[in-house]
Ligand binder design. Structure first.
Ligand code: HEC
Ligand code: HEC
Ligand code: HEC
Ligand code: HEC
Ligand code: HEC
Ligand code: HEC
Length: 476
């Protein structure tokens, strides 16, 4: 896992076509070995050197570009299966393909170690922006151990109580539908040895129909198995995976793990003799929600004779992976309903989130902003301004809160105040296009055409190769 982030991009040169956006991407290497991604679309081009490579290539590699001090994900990724270049997950539905998806705190939390993200921004980093996963991610802070280098002074995962033990791997291997940070917490506040819920809650939807075909994370799959459910917390990732083992016979190692619990399997004549267990009980599956990838089924089931169905997952109720502390349970569940409701356009859930969040005794900035967003959508601009203002005042360095406050002020008809909030948002985070576009729109409304153009030109100074904006500038 320490190899999961690098600056060396050895993958072969190649090409990729994305029809929806009418784009062609060419991948090549400069003489000094730097990989370059070149995009051409309807007469415009954009080209960036690669700053970081994510992955070890089991599934593939994804690439990060830097427009200092910002990091973005390239729209093209390399897939080891079939040795091919294809569109990066998340970019598939874009009508204008570009290097625009910000590399957020969450993304690098699982693939990198120290994250020098500037608070309040999406993707603005201090140097060194990223560094590979270290021992501390599984063994806790090193300070105590360096002062007193005896075995007990580092976290030894198998010795932790089950929830804290599982949290070590879950911080990166449990994805769920949505993760909600506790009030005032950042991803980086989690340290091995603690329970994940002391920093964040994970919510997922458990539906029998979806579990088979959809790639739910390893932690979720394992929790569905009878082995995990009926072994009283003894089964965990480390039962079969030792991050420090380089076993020469992996099949035998896994078989031995199985037999620690199923010792009487063969003597009881319930099972025919077997040299390995994985081919039948943990087969490779091809989930329908990720491209070019097969994973090992961690549901450890009796092999099914039924062919896998193509049934689409049915939406179930959102559940907490483990209950968060009581004082944040309602708040985190409300925010989870809000986030998933909004992204799945499930307005019932958004409405339910409003019921929960508006009754909380305490409102932190994230809750205020969620309530503001719901009210603005219902055309209650006055109420939304009030809530957004409280969020923005509580977190004055947050560019997003300044932006949404600007939008709400404009909806309220207070254009001058809106302009000043949008300006503030741009100062806090220059790479986000939304406040520039909103400002330009407001100047248009005010018939200040020159200013409207000037704002967009400002954005292009920060993001000189941005395709959407250059197209708009050219009038198409
Ligand atoms: C800081 C995040 C992080 C933590 C903590 C973490 N992993 Fe991983 N793990 C990853 C990433 C990222 C990959 C994919 C590596 C790659 O191929 O890029 C991975 C890959 C793996 C693999 C596949 C390796 C291979 O070569 O196929 C196993 C098995 C695994 N992890 C088990 C564990 C276990 C067990 C724990 C807990 C003791 C754990 N991981 C904790 C991030 C993490
Ligand atoms: C919650 C943690 C988490 C987040 C967030 C996350 N990943 Fe991953 N990613 C993983 C783990 C764990 C794996 C290992 C494969 C698996 O689980 O099957 C992985 C696998 C990958 C791989 C394939 C690696 C290989 O060696 O084949 C790439 C590429 C990748 N992730 C890129 C990204 C990028 C880019 C982002 C952000 C936009 C991201 N991931 C967000 C945890 C995460
Ligand atoms: C992905 C998680 C992970 C990472 C990263 C990791 N370890 Fe471990 N480490 C473990 C687990 C799990 C065990 C327990 C293995 C077992 O006993 O089954 C362990 C065991 C150990 C032990 C034995 C502890 C004892 O008291 O028996 C030492 C020493 C150790 N690791 C050192 C390191 C060092 C040094 C690094 C960094 C180079 C590192 N580990 C990185 C997960 C990790
Ligand atoms: C920590 C203990 C433990 C480990 C390790 C373990 N299992 Fe299990 N497993 C159980 C328990 C408990 C059950 C419940 C039924 C029983 O007691 O047999 C079970 C049930 C099963 C079942 C029946 C599943 C069903 O849906 O009816 C299969 C198949 C199975 N295990 C295979 C395996 C294989 C293969 C491995 C190794 C890859 C493994 N187990 C490792 C504890 C474990
Ligand atoms: C009962 C045994 C068992 C347990 C428990 C287990 N795994 Fe695995 N896992 C396997 C086997 C077998 C493979 C196939 C590759 C190999 O042999 O390592 C695998 C593969 C993986 C891979 C590589 C990608 C893939 O899907 O092939 C990752 C990542 C992984 N496991 C993560 C985890 C995590 C995280 C946990 C805990 C939530 C976990 N595993 C628990 C047996 C297990
Ligand atoms: C060739 C495929 C195959 C292999 C290899 C295999 N199994 Fe099974 N296993 C099955 C089938 C099929 C069943 C269901 C048997 C039945 O219901 O009569 C089963 C059932 C089981 C059960 C549930 C038994 C019960 O009724 O309580 C366990 C536990 C189990 N296997 C563990 C293992 C372990 C451990 C290994 C490796 C040593 C292994 N299996 C290897 C096919 C296999």
């Amino acid at each position: 896992m320490s190899q999961a982030l690098s600056t060396v991009a050895n993958q072969p040169d190649g090409k990729m076509r994305h029809n929806l956006s009418d784009s062609d991407i060419t991948i090549r290497h400069n003489a000094d070995g730097t990989m370059v991604h070149h995009l051409a679309s309807r007469g415009l081009t954009a080209e960036y050197p690669i700053a970081y490579v994510v992955g070890t290539g089991k599934v593939g590699f994804s690439y990060l570009i830097s427009i200092p001090p910002f990091l973005f994900q390239s729209p093209v990724s390399y897939y080891s299966q079939g040795s091919q270049w294809d569109v990066t997950p998340g970019y598939e539905p874009e009508h204008v393909l570009d290097f625009t998806h910000p590399i957020s705190e969450g993304c690098v939390f699982c693939h990198s170690n120290s994250v020098n993200l500037v608070p309040g921004t999406d993707n603005q980093f201090r140097q060194p922006a990223l560094s590979p996963i270290s021992c501390e991610r599984c063994h806790g802070p090193a300070e105590a151990h360096l002062k007193n280098p005896v075995p007990g002074s580092i976290v030894n995962p198998p010795k932790l109580a089950p929830a804290a033990r599982d949290s070590v791997c879950e911080q990166c291997h449990l994805e769920g539908e949505v993760r909600i940070l506790n009030p005032g917490k950042h991803w980086q506040d989690f340290h091995a040895g603690a329970e994940l819920e002391s920093v964040m809650s994970t919510y997922f939807v458990r539906t029998p129909a979806s579990a088979g075909e959809k790639a739910v994370s390893h932690s979720e799959q394992l929790s569905l198995s009878r082995c995990a459910r009926e072994s009283g917390g003894r089964l965990w990732c480390g039962t079969c995976h030792n991050p420090h083992s380089s076993a020469t016979n992996r099949a035998q190692e896994v078989r031995a793990s199985c037999l620690t619990c199923h010792a009487t399997l063969f003597t009881a004549q319930k099972h025919q003799a077997a040299e390995e267990c994985v081919s039948c009980h943990m087969p490779r599956i091809r989930p329908n929600n990720i491209a070019h990838a097969a994973i090992t089924s961690h549901r450890i089931a009796i092999p099914s004779t039924k062919p896998p169905s193509d049934a689409k997952p049915i939406g179930g109720e959102l559940q907490a992976w483990r209950q968060p502390p009581a004082d944040v349970a309602a708040r985190n569940f409300g925010l989870a309903l809000f986030e998933t409701g909004r992204s799945n356009k499930n307005w019932d859930n958004v409405y339910r989130s409003y019921q929960i969040l508006s009754h909380l005794p305490q409102r932190d900035p994230q809750v205020l902003a969620a309530l503001g967003s719901i009210l603005l959508q219902q055309n209650h601009a006055d109420l939304a301004v009030n809530l957004y203002r409280q969020a923005a005042e509580a977190e004055p360095s947050n560019a997003r809160y300044a932006y949404v406050l600007g939008v709400a002020l404009n909806a309220q008809g207070k254009q001058q105040a809106a302009i000043s909030e949008l300006r503030r948002s741009i100062e806090l985070d220059r790479s986000v296009p939304d406040p520039y576009r909103k400002l330009s729109e407001i100047y248009e409304q005010l018939r200040m055409h020159a200013l409207s153009k000037q704002v967009l030109a400002e954005y292009l100074k920060v993001m000189p190769q941005n395709i959407t904006q250059r197209r708009a500038q050219l009038g198409f």
